[in-house]
Design a protein around this ligand. Sequence first.
Ligand SMILES: Nc1ncnc2c1ncn2[C@@H]1O[C@H](COP(=O)(O)OP(=O)(O)OC[C@H]2O[C@@H]([n+]3cccc(C(=O)O)c3)[C@H](O)[C@@H]2O)[C@@H](O)[C@H]1O
Ligand SMILES: Nc1ncnc2c1ncn2[C@@H]1O[C@H](COP(=O)(O)OP(=O)(O)OP(=O)(O)O)[C@@H](O)[C@H]1O
Ligand SMILES: NC(=O)CC[C@H](N)C(=O)O
Length: 555
Amino acid sequence: MTDKFRLTLAQLNPTVGDIDSNAAKARAAWEAGCAAGADLVALPEMFITGYNTQDLVMKQVFHETAIAAVEALARDCAEGPALAIGGPAVENGHLYNGYYICKGGRIVSTVLKHHLPNETVFDEVRLFDSGPLGGPYAVGNVRIGSPICEDAWHEDVAETLAETGAEFLLVPNGSPYFRNKIEVRQNMMVARVVETGLPLVYLNMVGGQDDQVFDGGSFVLNPHGELALQLPVFDAVIAHVDFERGPEGWRAVPGDKAHLPDACEQDYRCMVEALRDYCGKTGFSKVLLGLSGGVDSAIVATIACDALGPENVRCVMLPSEYTSEASLEDAEAVVKALGCRYDYVPIAKGRAAITESLAPLFEGRAADITEENIQSRLRGLLLMAMSNKFGEMLLTTGNKSEVAVGYATIYGDMAGGYNPIKDLYKTRVFETCRWRNTNHRPEWMKGPAGEVIPVRVIDKPPSAELREDQRDEDSLPPYEVLDAILEMLVDGDASVAECVAAGFDRDTVKRVEHLLYISEYKRFQSAPGARLTPRSFWLDRRYPIVNRWRDPSAG
Ligand SMILES: Nc1ncnc2c1ncn2[C@@H]1O[C@H](COP(=O)(O)OP(=O)(O)OC[C@H]2O[C@@H]([n+]3cccc(C(=O)O)c3)[C@H](O)[C@@H]2O)[C@@H](O)[C@H]1O
Ligand SMILES: Nc1ncnc2c1ncn2[C@@H]1O[C@H](COP(=O)(O)OP(=O)(O)OP(=O)(O)O)[C@@H](O)[C@H]1O
Ligand SMILES: NC(=O)CC[C@H](N)C(=O)O
């Protein structure tokens, strides 16, 4: 009877739709396992297709190509350790989220996911059929049970596997980041270990996909929930874990326990990786953005430099007559500290030309928000011209507070392809700037160390500078109040009455609720951005654009 079992964990970064390169990564991991004398090399959920494929996986030619790629991998990896890899599976005309076990040149077992997640960003009920509760598969003389991701968030799958002879659990995941999710996962997996008495291997992928970032952080638990191995978050790694069989069954030999960074660092890393992978996987190596001297564009410039390197980031100051001397100095100071390119393109002439063109039509009408927004739209136009000319993707810079209340000009400063801070409230933007000024991680930050965002930029009152002496707080509640209300209305789906009971002014809450609802059309047309919470705008929170409902609670 085998007394030792070596498992290779491939915490790697697939790309949705790039089946060949995902297969090549799986193959390389298997070779590493081979060299290390592993018995089994495991890859995460849906690794062959990348995750999350959304409707693409339902396309017959796509899932058939993915299945053929798994069969080819099985043939290529015939001599050596078994290979376990996630991918779509078809049985009796039904499509499943499957986990393949390959050995001796063929697929020897296929596990079918039972619990299909269908909340937040997941729509698996739309995509897949639910597999039956099943038993373990054998690798040599060892029987392993594989609840697939969501399957391990419920008791029954692991319980059935334990009852039918599983000796340990290997859970492949495609589990995207949100703040503090590591604790949620660990608590969930400890519960499975305590219920079944079996060791558990939690294997997650890394990398960005549209708005989501898979943050890795794979780990191994021994019976009673003791942590035996902790892989780093966000890094692609291949690690080996040894199991030994004693009188009480299998136990993992304790290994390295990677340091888990705090929530602020994880959020920052998530924004960096999201942008890096969005660019890398869509074929952009360079980005540009409008740098106003304000805090939002400063943190976006910093994230961009950390993701792509300062040499690949162009910051453009596009001043109008309302742009203060301080804003010009601040923008220059940011660029100097970051070491990226700075361009200066005044918008006065273009604005005068537009005003002149429209003058006959607008005659007799007072200047209003129209003229303010022309400035923003002119910047959008000029920045998109530079994007076309230089092949650089334009970044948008609206934080979650602004995105929530529609405090941005559609086709103006909303023009752009990706928004790294879309899920970061303004109060957290300040916190993030301070964190980045005092923390540098050269392993994954390509930007320089030190105070890259001058304190003055963080401390000055936010202003859109679209008219004389404009302050955000003239038209919005102070950000501390706005963000606290939004956290209740958006993240907590609270009622107006609940916000009032929490101490907020009723009229202010009602106004914020109104702004939130009337700006749905803007969010529908907005750039995607890194998801940091389980209530990000897009897939987590899906509200109608036409919506006449206003919460009557609290009068
Ligand atoms: N439901 C709906 N479906 C489709 N379209 C709809 C619509 N409701 C309005 N519209 C259209 O949208 C237009 C209004 O939207 P828009 O032109 O954006 O204009 P609007 O939302 O009125 O103004 C932009 C706001 O963002 C602020 N701002 C601008 C720039 C930067 C910043 C910043 O701090 O970052 C803030 C600015 O001070 C102002 O409060 C309307 O003219 C109408 O055509
Ligand atoms: N003078 C400018 N030069 C270049 N870009 C600008 C300028 N003014 C605004 N922008 C762009 O439009 C975005 C919206 O900025 P605005 O100043 O209106 O408000 P904000 O949300 O407070 O942003 P920030 O904190 O970056 O100033 C900015 O982040 C920037 O990308
Ligand atoms: N891929 C999945 O099944 C993901 C669902 C799971 N609850 C998670 O977010 O980790």
